[in-house]
Ligand binder design. Sequence first.
Ligand code: ADE
Length: 230
Amino acid sequence: MKIAIMGAMPEEIEPILKKIGTYSTTKYALNNYYEGRYAGHDIVVAYSKIGKVFSTLTAASMIEKFKAELLLFSGVAGGINPSLKIGDLIVANALCQHDLDITAFGHPHGFVPEGSQFINAEKELIAIANDVASDMNIKLQEGIIATGDQFVHSQERKDWISATFNADALEMEGTSVAVVCEALQVPFLILRAISDTADMDASFNFDEFLESSAQESATFIMKMVEKIGN
Ligand code: ADE
């Protein structure tokens, strides 16, 4: 099976490329796509750059151009649920766009006509993630991930996202990737390790913990690849 592994930033895919070892590089649509083999699978790896627009382009390219049949996202997130500490892992069971707003027309936040406020994730892949977590003897939280084109660094915005979407964590790419995968009927999983708690210390903590949290997420994703059947 051909598996796409995607991040948003170089730090999120570097540990993955290191683990794959040997790969070829293809330039496409102003980005680099790395192809190699791991655990009996063909793999395509890329980082999209930050945000919903770039991540949409990369996810669609991985599926349409590089023929990925399954997509795994690995990266970092800001924690909302107080049970999530820096370095903890969360897998999305539903995702939403916190900055999508046509409430002026009576719609709920995150909703546009012919879309849905939440995208549900794949239960089968979450089950594999839970198996990996128990093999590794680590905690994996399932929850709602809210996506938006904002680095959230205020208690007020964080509280609003929590109250509006009951979200557990927030980041800047998961829902756009989920929208692409749902539309193109490719199973997906969005995994994040917490780098900060989206409050006034967020930018400081993000800089400090980006690399170590990205590594946590990448290690877990590669264990998942080892578990996924050919
Ligand atoms: N990714 C990691 N931390 C984040 C934050 N505070 N806001 C948005 N995306 C993030």
